[in-house]
Design a protein. Structure first.
Length: 430
C-alpha cells in the first residue's frame, strides 16, 4: 500500500465524513497535504441553476470580511463543478465536535458563546440581504482547537431552484417550511433555523427552561408567530435569563428574611418558659384534649406511584456501556467542580455571615438587621456567580449550591448562639 492509498484508507475509517446539504465534507490528501473539501452531490452538480448560485455565493464569500465565513474555491473539470475546496485550515463540523467531545456542551460559557456568535454573524448577513437557512450541526463548522462557528455556503444563494426539498434532502426538519414549500426566505426563516439549532444542542445537554421557551416560539410553523428578527430573538433569550436570575435572588431574599427575623429575636431576647397553675397554686396538668397518634392507622402497603410515571420508567431502555461511561465522566467532572466551589464559597460565606450572629448586633433595630442581612446575602450571591465562572460551574448550579451553604451556615450559627451565647472565631478568608 502506497502513501496515498494509506491516507485514503484512514479517511474512510471512523467519523471522518459528514453529510451536508450540498454533499460530503471530508479531508483528502492532495500533493501529500490534506485539503478539506465538500464533494457535491451529483444531482446538484448537474443543475445549472445550482451551479450559478454556487458561483455567486463563492464570490460573496471571497469579498466578505467576515471572521465567521469560510472562503473557498470551486474545483471544476470538463464535466463542470464537482467539488468545493475550503481555504487552508484544520476544520471539523460541529456535529463531529459534539460526537468526539460530547461533554463540550457542559463547558462554562460554550453554549451561550456559540449561540451568541452564531446570532452575530446571522445579523451581519441579514444586513447584506443574505440568509443561511440551514443551521444543522452538520452544516456548521469549527476550526480544530477552537470553538467559534464558521459558515460555508448560504441557502439564499440557491432560492432560484424550483425544488428546495431537493437541495435540503435529509435536512428538511432544519429548514423553515416556507423555504421548502414556497421557495421564499426572510429573517424569520433564519430565526427558525437558529431555533432548530438550539434544539440540537438541547439533545446534547440540558440547557434550561429559558432556551426551551425561546425555541418554541422561534420554530413556529407560521412565520408570523415567530420572532421577527434575530435581534428580537436574542432579546427574548436575555430577558428569560435575567428573569430566572431574579427569581433565584428573590427566593434567596425571602429565605434570608425569615432566618434573619428568627436570629434577631434569638439575639435580643431568649424565650421565657411559662408554667400554668391552677387556683390552688399547683402546677397544671397537660392538656387533656391532646390527641395522640394511633399506630393502628399505619398503612403497611407499598408506596404509591403514579401509573403514568411507572409506565414511563418501564419504557426506558437501558443505557449502553458507552453512554454509562460518558455519564460517569460528566458526573465525576461536575463533582470536582462542585467540591472546589463549595470549599471556597463556604469560607467566604462564614466570614460574611458570622458578624450577623455576634453579640455586637444586639443594639440594632429589627429593620436595620434585616437590611444588613439582605445585603450580605446579595453580596454572597454575586460572589457565587463570579466564583462559578472561575471554577467552571454554571450560574444555576452556583446559585443552588450557594443557597444550600448559606442556609446551612445560618442554622449552624444560630444554633451556636443558643448553645454557647457567643460565636466561635470565624475562619480566615483566602
Amino acid at each position: 500500500m502506497n502513501y496515498e492509498e494509506m491516507l485514503n484508507t484512514q479517511e474512510n475509517v471512523g467519523n471522518n465524513r459528514v453529510t451536508t446539504p450540498l454533499g460530503t465534507f471530508y479531508r483528502k490528501p492532495v500533493s501529500r497535504k490534506y485539503r478539506y473539501v465538500v464533494q457535491l452531490r451529483y444531482e446538484l452538480a448537474d443543475s445549472l441553476v445550482f451551479c450559478e448560485g454556487l458561483r455567486r455565493d463563492q464570490q460573496q464569500s471571497a469579498a466578505a470580511e467576515e471572521p465567521y465565513q469560510v472562503s473557498y474555491v470551486l474545483n471544476e473539470d470538463s464535466g463542470g463543478i464537482y467539488e468545493i475546496e475550503l481555504e487552508h485550515g484544520n476544520y471539523q463540523s460541529l456535529a463531529q465536535l459534539l460526537y468526539n467531545q460530547p461533554a463540550v456542551v457542559a463547558e462554562p460559557g460554550f453554549v451561550r458563546n456559540f449561540i451568541s456568535a452564531l446570532m452575530d454573524v446571522t445579523e451581519r448577513l441579514h444586513e447584506r440581504g443574505i440568509f443561511h437557512l440551514c443551521y444543522s450541526p452538520d452544516n456548521i463548522f469549527v476550526r480544530k482547537g477552537e470553538k467559534t462557528p464558521l459558515l460555508l455556503c448560504h441557502g439564499s444563494s440557491f432560492l432560484a431552484m424550483t425544488d428546495q426539498r431537493r437541495l435540503y434532502q435529509g435536512f428538511e426538519d432544519d429548514v423553515a417550511p416556507e423555504v421548502l414549500v414556497e421557495g421564499r426566505a426572510d429573517e424569520r426563516s433564519d430565526v427558525f433555523g437558529l431555533g432548530r439549532f438550539i434544539e440540537h444542542l438541547l439533545e446534547s445537554g440540558n440547557l434550561g427552561y429559558d432556551y426551551k421557551g425561546v425555541v418554541k416560539k422561534a420554530t413556529a410553523e407560521d412565520p408570523d408567530k415567530r420572532y421577527a428578527t434575530v435581534h428580537e430573538m436574542r432579546s427574548a433569550l436575555n430577558a428569560k435569563r435575567n428573569t430566572r436570575r431574579s427569581m433565584w435572588l428573590l427566593a434567596a431574599a425571602c429565605a434570608v428574611v425569615a432566618v434573619a427575623v428568627i436570629a434577631f429575636f434569638g439575639i435580643i431576647k431568649e424565650p421565657t418558659t411559662v408554667e400554668f397553675v391552677d387556683d390552688n397554686g399547683m402546677k397544671a396538668k397537660p392538656d387533656p384534649f391532646q390527641e395522640e397518634f394511633d399506630d393502628e392507622y399505619v398503612d403497611d402497603q407499598e408506596p404509591y406511584m403514579d401509573p403514568e410515571i411507572a409506565l414511563y420508567l418501564d419504557s426506558i431502555e437501558p443505557m449502553t456501556d458507552e453512554e454509562v461511561k460518558m455519564l460517569s465522566d460528566s458526573i465525576r467532572v461536575n463533582e470536582q467542580l462542585n467540591t472546589i466551589f463549595r470549599r471556597r464559597f463556604a469560607q467566604k460565606a462564614r466570614v460574611a455571615l458570622s458578624p450577623l450572629y455576634g453579640t455586637g448586633e444586639s443594639g440594632m433595630t429589627e429593620n436595620d438587621y434585616i437590611a444588613k442581612s439582605e445585603q450580605v446575602v446579595k453580596d454572597l450571591y454575586e460572589y457565587a456567580e463570579k466564583l462559578g465562572k472561575e471554577t467552571g460551574l454554571n450560574i444555576d448550579d452556583a446559585n443552588s449550591v450557594a443557597g444550600q451553604i448559606i442556609a446551612h451556615l445560618q442554622a449552624e450559627l444560630q444554633e451556636n448562639i443558643k448553645r454557647n451565647g457567643t460565636l466561635t472565631k470565624p475562619m480566615p478568608e483566602d
